[in-house]
Design a protein around this ligand. Structure first.
Ligand code: PMP
Length: 423
């Protein structure tokens, strides 16, 4: 009899029979508050009726067109619609299925456009598990150990993780930018450096928000040296952080030019259907050599229809605003819990991307307590995920439709789970 691979590490032990809104109904007859959202994917909640209807209608019309073979209407409509929400000037799109594929597409584009090879990624970043995206991923060695050699031409620079260093934020930013300059002088000269790739909030790496001065520093260096800036908004995009794009917390159009040369989106874009995209200015996108990008399922018609419906729901139900409001409530509640539990060393977040890092008195990571807290929460009906280099951070990423009552319910469970976990 066939069974799933033994390497599968499942976070909750729940067999999901059905999803509805913020809840998963388990085969055990219990209803769970799903604060994982399928790793930040089910942005409009499980099976939102508008998304379900759009997908069902599309299934009866055209399931798969394959857009390098025939064009289809959902793809054209989605492209037009994304044009309304993307930073101005990122007016050319290309679609794939997963975040990793989109990251790889961005790397190909950057190499083609600049004629340079090296990509600078930042320590703690997660960009995927393929051999290219995996080479850019340093959120934990489990994604790399025994797997390499991976894609060459990758240089890792520090990210301003102030808590980890035990420094004020400004010092962490200055250090990160100084080290980047040093790397551009000693390891990867600007003439060899095609792009920087960065997340507005380190996701798998522990929910560490970037910083306005840091991102401004990257943009300045990119401009100075003709290096492209790739923003990986796979986890932070589409309303997750309480702005449509995560980087908008750190960058206003009035600040001058656009922050990203290439923006990557996936996860929440289609409420659970596999869809990702890269967006770039047309003249830049034109530098990818014909046929160098693509994939059989990319821009699938049902996924595009679901994405259009997702964008409608996000606009009509004001979900970006809701993410900001509920995110503030959630973060405040997590801080209160941390206030009475010294084993929670830090609480961080932006919008509905919030986390509690478990650490000993010397800030030493404490993955065991984090895992216990996660399990105790699941036992009380709240599904959560860990993240961070050693899994010592417990994150909360509910669907963007979450209500204040559901946030409070989750916080009540969390307070109990932490109390039991540290006992
Ligand atoms: N980039 C970021 C920032 C991510 O969080 C992830 C997934 N966690 C990826 C890329 C990879 O996406 P996928 O798993 O769809 O390949």
């Amino acid at each position: 009899m066939a069974a799933l691979s033994p390497q599968l590490k499942q976070a909750t032990g729940v067999l999901a029979e059905r999803g509805e809104g913020v809840h998963i109904h388990g085969a055990d007859g219990r209803r769970y508050l799903d604060f994982t959202a399928g790793i930040g994917v089910t942005s409009t909640g499980h099976c939102h009726p508008v998304v379900v209807r759009a997908a069902q209608e599309q299934v009866g019309t055209l399931i798969h067109g394959q857009y390098t073979t025939v064009m289809h209407r959902p793809l054209l409509a989605l492209t037009e619609r994304l044009g309304e929400v993307l930073p101005s000037g990122l007016d050319s799109l290309f679609y794939m299925n997963s975040g990793s594929e989109a990251v790889e597409a961005a790397v190909r584009l950057a190499r083609h456009a600049t004629g340079r090879q090296n990509i600078v990624a930042f320590h703690g970043g997660f960009h995927g598990r393929t051999m290219g995206a995996g080479a850019l991923t340093t959120s934990a060695t489990k994604f790399r150990a025994g797997i390499g050699p991976m894609m060459p031409g990758v240089v890792i620079a520090p990210f301003p993780t102030a808590y980890r260093y035990g420094w004020p934020q400004q010092q962490a930013v200055e250090f990160a930018l100084d080290e980047l300059d040093y790397l551009l002088t000693t390891v990867s000269s600007p003439q060899d450096t095609a792009a920087f790739i960065v997340e507005p909030v380190l996701g798998e790496g522990g929910y560490v928000p970037a910083d306005a001065a840091f991102l401004r520093g990257l943009r300045e260096r990119a401009d100075r040296h003709g290096i492209l800036l790739i923003l990986d908004e796979v986890q932070t995009g589409v309303g997750r952080t309480g702005r449509f794009w995560g980087h908008e917390h750190f960058w206003a159009p009035e600040d001058g030019r656009r922050l990203a040369d290439v923006l990557i989106t996936a996860k929440g874009l289609a409420s659970g259907f596999p869809l990702s995209a890269i967006a770039a200015p047309r003249e830049l996108m034109a530098k990818a050599r014909p046929g160098s990008q693509g994939g059989t399922y990319g821009g699938n018609a049902v996924a595009c229809a679901a994405a259009l419906a997702t964008l409608d729901v996000i606009r009509d139900e004001k979900l970006v605003e809701n993410a900001a409001e509920q995110g503030t409530r959630l973060l405040g509640g997590l801080r209160e819990v941390a206030g009475s539990h010294p084993s929670v060393g830090d609480v961080r977040g932006l919008g509905l991307m919030c986390a509690s890092e478990f650490a000993g008195p010397d800030s030493r990571p404490d993955p065991a307590t984090a895992a216990r807290a996660q399990q105790e929460a699941a036992a009380r009906g709240l599904l959560l995920l860990t993240c961070g280099p050693l899994g010592n951070t417990v994150r909360m990423i509910p669907p963007l439709i979450v209500t204040a009552e559901q946030v409070d319910e989750a916080l009540g469970i969390w307070a109990e789970a932490v109390t039991v976990a540290v006992a």
